[in-house]
Structures are given as C-alpha cells and as structure tokens.
Design a protein around this ligand. Structure first.
Ligand code: ZN
Length: 150
C-alpha cells in the first residue's frame, strides 16, 4: 500500500507539473467545459472522434494538482480507444474511486489510472479526479452545458 501511495504522489506531481496534451484544439469535433465547484477546478476538453474511435484528445484549464493530473492521464488513456472502450474505462475508474478504503480493489485494464486509488484516502478529492471524466461524457454528447461534479 505504501508503494502505491508513493507512486500515486509521484504520478500526480509529475502530471501536474507537465500535463500531457495540454493545449486547445481548434479543429476538435467535440468539446465541453467542466467545473468542480467544490474545489474550483475548471477545464475544457477537446476530442477528435473518427467514427467510433477517439483519435485525439487535449485539454486546457486551471485546477488543483489532482484534477490536472487526472485530465492529463485521461487524455493519454483515451487516445486510440473506441467510445465503448473509453466508457468501460470510465466505469472502472469510477468503481475504483468509490470503493471504500478498507476494501481491497483490483481492477484490470486501468493500467496507470490505477494509482488514483490513492484518492480514496481523501474523499473530498474524488470529484477532482472524476471531473475530467464527467467532462468527457459531456463532450461525447456535445452537451453545451457545463459539466458539473455536483
Ligand atoms: Zn480539485
């Protein structure tokens, strides 16, 4: 557990300092804004979707380390996936974050996203970690309303 915690902290710090895919995408064909009022995190997500496959993903915005790292890692995880695969990852990610801390949780197919199980120690941060995914859902639906974690 302490190894995972260390990996969690290192991963969050790394992605917060150097967010991946952190730029606007003028020719995106899907776009949505997200807001987590609890913490003040805001982000915009951009997607290119070819048929059923996500060919590109990027984001901009300002938020806490966890929301930024989560968005950064999500864009990496989404690229090249089909929409069904992406939704399956979201479901697993959500299950991971909402499993009580004292219960063991092992979820196949999350790869690097598994480090976010560390967020379970800080329940107030769960919404920071899931904001990017709420925004992803809104972008796929082309929902023009701001995606909110509340
Ligand atoms: Zn936050």
């Amino acid at each position: 557990m302490s190894d995972l915690r260390e990996l969690y902290q290192q991963t969050i710090i790394d992605h917060n300092r150097k967010p991946r895919n952190f730029h606007p995408m003028p020719n995106a064909d899907h776009h949505a804004k997200g807001h987590n009022p609890l913490c003040g995190d805001r982000l915009e997500l951009y997607l290119k979707i070819d048929g059923q496959r996500i060919t590109d993903a990027s984001f901009t915005g300002a938020g806490c380390a966890i929301s930024t790292a989560s968005a950064s890692m999500m864009t990496e995880a989404l690229k090249g996936r089909t929409l069904d695969e992406a939704k399956a990852i979201y479901q697993k990610f959500h299950t991971l974050l909402t499993t009580p801390l004292h219960e063991p949780v092992t979820i196949d197919g999350l790869d690097k996203l598994e480090v976010f199980s560390g967020v379970r120690e800080f329940p107030v941060r769960v919404k920071c970690a899931t904001l990017a995914w709420h925004t992803f859902e809104a972008a796929v639906k082309d929902d023009q309303h701001e995606a909110k974690t509340e």
